[in-house]
Design a protein around this ligand. Structure first.
Ligand SMILES: *Cc1c(COP(=O)(O)O)cnc(C)c1O
Length: 381
């Protein structure tokens, strides 16, 4: 039996040809022709007013935190069940990540708990679209409106997903995307910030270009450029953009293949869900996913660890996911939990992710489903 990794990056079209073309064009620093093409494509895919390529989603989240004007003592509501970058972006500004529990059905920010966690110090909500499924953005947007908060999407996993027909990236004030090699569309490391607020675009350009108005200078709008605001170097070079451009050409094909694998898993595991031994991803009403991830929720951490060991024995890599941030050493130091987070603690102990990548074959998926079924049959405790 062939070994099956959790993820394997694929070249799909012009990625390598584009690298040569970028060299031939003679500009390898950022914001050349390939970056502009990627920005344009991301605007089309998300419906955002503007997109700015970054070197990671982490960078885009840091830009979002700067655009929110976070200051020491300010609070930002976010899930504890997320990647560290969501919280780091806030803590780096001296602001406090306030961790709220997730909804057990969607694994996304619980909108009722979010509304309850708002204080006089709350500045923003950072909502994560887990597994590519958009969070309950309608309810979160209402809370943001009522309290004058900014609403940021951590859409790292969600490019191509929609909520009531509206794409991720158009569901808040701004959104951060990732093109890390574990995501759907990749450039090794990579990301983008998208903006729904035209009034934030110029400042975002400045923050991304080391706090200078270099972008305006390059467009001929000012005759010299200078230091005008806080910023850092958040833009990728053209080689990254050239590779990414080759991937974005095939965004629809990537999404279709991943959704086919998702459906294959869902069908293969459906009858096992009926036994109560596991639970499958729940696609909320109005949501269309992008096949970013397929996970199983097992009964408890012992089941989960035994499952991972069994699958590894079959040559199949099935990792667990987030370790809650609210009880992590840095989470305790820089953040605050809004009460107990029982769903986060429970879900993070029981969740396991199955292989999901472009080159995974139908035979591979069948092999994974068979191996999982063998474990469930052998272990009837
Ligand atoms: C992958 C991921 C990130 C970080 O993305 P990078 O591009 O590696 O910085 C942030 N948040 C979430 C939810 C992610 O899944």
């Amino acid at each position: 039996m062939a070994k099956i990794p959790f993820n394997r990056p694929s070249i799909l079209g012009r990625e390598l040809v584009n690298l040569q073309e970028a060299v031939d064009l003679g500009q390898l620093s950022g914001d050349g022709a390939f970056t502009r093409a990627c920005n344009q494509r991301i605007v089309e895919m998300t419906g955002a007013k503007a997109a700015l390529l970054t070197h990671s989603c982490t960078a885009a989240l840091e830009m979002a935190a700067l655009l929110c004007d976070l200051a020491p003592g300010d609070e930002v509501i976010m899930p504890s069940f997320t990647f560290v970058s969501t919280a780091n972006a806030v803590a780096l500004r001296g602001a406090v990540p306030v961790f709220v529990d997730i909804d057990p059905a969607t694994l996304n920010l619980d909108p009722v708990a979010t509304a309850r966690a708002v204080t006089a110090r709350t500045k923003a909500i950072f909502a994560v679209h887990y597994a590519g499924f958009p969070a309950a953005m309608d309810q979160l947007a209402q809370t943001a409106r009522e309290h004058g908060l900014l609403l940021v999407e951590d859409a790292a996993q969600a490019l191509g997903s929609t909520l009531h027909g509206r794409p991720a990236g158009s569901l808040g004030d701004m959104a951060a995307f990732s093109f890390h090699e574990t995501k759907n569309i990749i450039s090794g490391e990579g990301g983008a910030l998208t903006l729904m607020r035209p009034d934030l675009v110029e400042r975002a350009e400045i923050i991304r270009e080391k706090g200078t108005n270099r972008s305006r200078f390059l467009r001929g709008q000012v005759d010299k450029y200078t230091w005008v605001d806080l910023g850092s170097s958040y833009l990728p070079g053209e080689l990254i953009a050239a590779f990414l451009s080759g991937q974005l050409d095939h965004a629809e094909m990537i999404r279709a293949r991943r959704l086919a694998i998702f459906d294959h898993y869902a069908t293969g595991f459906a009858e096992m869900e009926d036994t109560g031994r596991l639970r499958l991803p729940h696609v909320p009403p109005g949501v269309t996913g992008n096949g970013h991830m397929f996970y199983l929720l097992l009964r408890d951490i012992e089941d989960r660890d035994a499952f991972i060991a069994h699958m590894r024995g079959q040559g199949i890599i099935t990792p667990f996911h987030y370790v809650p941030l609210h009880s992590a050493p840095a989470g305790l130091r820089y953040g605050r939990a809004a009460g107990a987070l029982p769903v986060t603690d429970d879900i993070s102990a029981r969740l396991v992710r199955l292989p999901m990548f472009q080159a995974l074959t139908d035979e591979g998926v069948d092999q994974i489903i068979r191996a999982a079924r063998d474990w469930l049959r052998a272990d009837n405790t």
